[in-house]
Design a protein around this ligand. Sequence first.
Ligand code: HEC
Ligand code: HEC
Length: 460
Amino acid sequence: MRSRKLPVIICILAVVTMCSMCRKAQTFTEEGYDSRLSGGLATVFDASSKAFTHELNGLSGNDLAAHELGDVGFEQTFVSAPAPVFGGLGPIFNNVSCVSCHHNDGKGTPTAGTATSSLLFRISNGMRDEHGGPQGMDGYGGQIQDQGLFGIQAEANMDISYVESPFTYPDGSTVNLRRPFYTMKNAYKAMAGTYYLSPRLAPPVFGLGLLENIPESTLLSFEDPADRDGDGIKGHANYVFNPQTNRKEIGRFGLKANTSTIKVQVATAYQQDMGVTSMIRTHEASWGQPQSIGISADKYDLPDSTLNAVAFYVKTLAVPARRDVADIEVKRGEAVFAQLNCGGCHRTAIRTGLDIAVPALSNQRINPYTDLLLHDMGDGLADGYDDYLANGKEWRTAPLWGIGLFEKTNGTPYYLHDGRARTIEEAILWHGGEAENAKTNFTKLTKTDRQAVIKFLRSL
Ligand code: HEC
Ligand code: HEC
């Protein structure tokens, strides 16, 4: 008897253990919600310089292997072809690896010409391409590559200078704000006509799998293009061309929500930022340049498996947990942040959709502090560069999760799309346009309340 029951018991035990291992999506009730979990189940507890570099919990063996392979690809310095692996850099490029711009998977540094430079410039003639996107400049394409392989001239270099001017609060205290000015030099050929530049500093790359998984209907429910509720905040989605699916999709990534998926973003980064071609972006960025050594579509640089792994790596980077959530000043700051209606753009309590492949991204309540929509931010931040439906004054609401850790992850922190702001306070003071009300009301707060708002943001 006993000997016949044993296999059955073993079988039942095995099934029970397997079921407890299959990570079913869990959800949190509002009451029991732990406000430290900005990324729901995809939250990790690390407030060190490596806070943005962790995979989300509960990846299966295969997924973990893919994530780790992608991690290697993200950190790998590419070299010029021919090379057995990680070849294909250039001929012209902006930097040699993903991580050299996205420092510790976080924000970049707004310098020009150094190894850590992560500010790049999009360029357009102000017209539209066949898909409604920005049309590049003749001989330059859509981005200025400021480096070239040995013997190959870069397209141009950009000099950055800042002009400082003081901002004075109604209570008399002052803060110095710096406005960037850019000068192009060493252009390899004269620009054919008027051009528009869009400076863009590398943003953090964690938590993006969650943002990709927010249902489109949720994002559209945040739109208020006619400002029906009269709060001064409009917000609308971008719709952009996806070269992989060959259709227009809602934009989520890029500083003007100018890319729809992580995979296309990664393929475009390889092509434009590093000169590495792939199955999605088959032509060199220098295509059309006199010195072009562009290759044919069937001989692109990057194996599909590397592109997939790096995209998966980015998709599965976890969000760091909040700190000091019970601190009285932080709680006060959170209440004032809500009162000022900063959350009209920097949205919380968003629920992600279903992702059967990666349960930790599925059905999570997240606090990204963004609506992924485009907002007019006023003349102060305008670049005058149109990107699909984004006009020259519009930017995607920057996610604020992790912002309190930029000092750790980047050494010296920089904020806003071009890194002009050196502190969170400076970043707030640059807000204008649809955020003018929120900014003005922030400036009218007592110094104690202003500091509380900043302390709250530092807890994110
Ligand atoms: C020269 C600097 C630079 C390099 C190199 C670079 N990036 Fe980026 N990255 C940027 C900038 C700038 C943006 C914003 C782009 C935009 O607005 O269109 C960005 C955006 C992104 C985003 C979207 C983030 C978001 O919040 O929307 C992802 C993902 C990304 N990069 C991944 C990568 C990967 C993977 C690599 C390596 C293959 C890479 N990047 C290489 C500068 C860089
Ligand atoms: C109308 C929408 C809107 C409102 C309201 C708004 N913001 Fe923003 N916020 C943005 C956008 C868009 C950006 C990115 C701007 C850029 O990069 O030039 C941003 C950027 C930021 C940044 C810098 C993020 C980074 O990573 O560099 C901080 C900090 C910030 N906002 C805080 C606030 C606070 C505090 C309030 C309320 C006083 C507020 N915002 C109100 C849209 C808004």
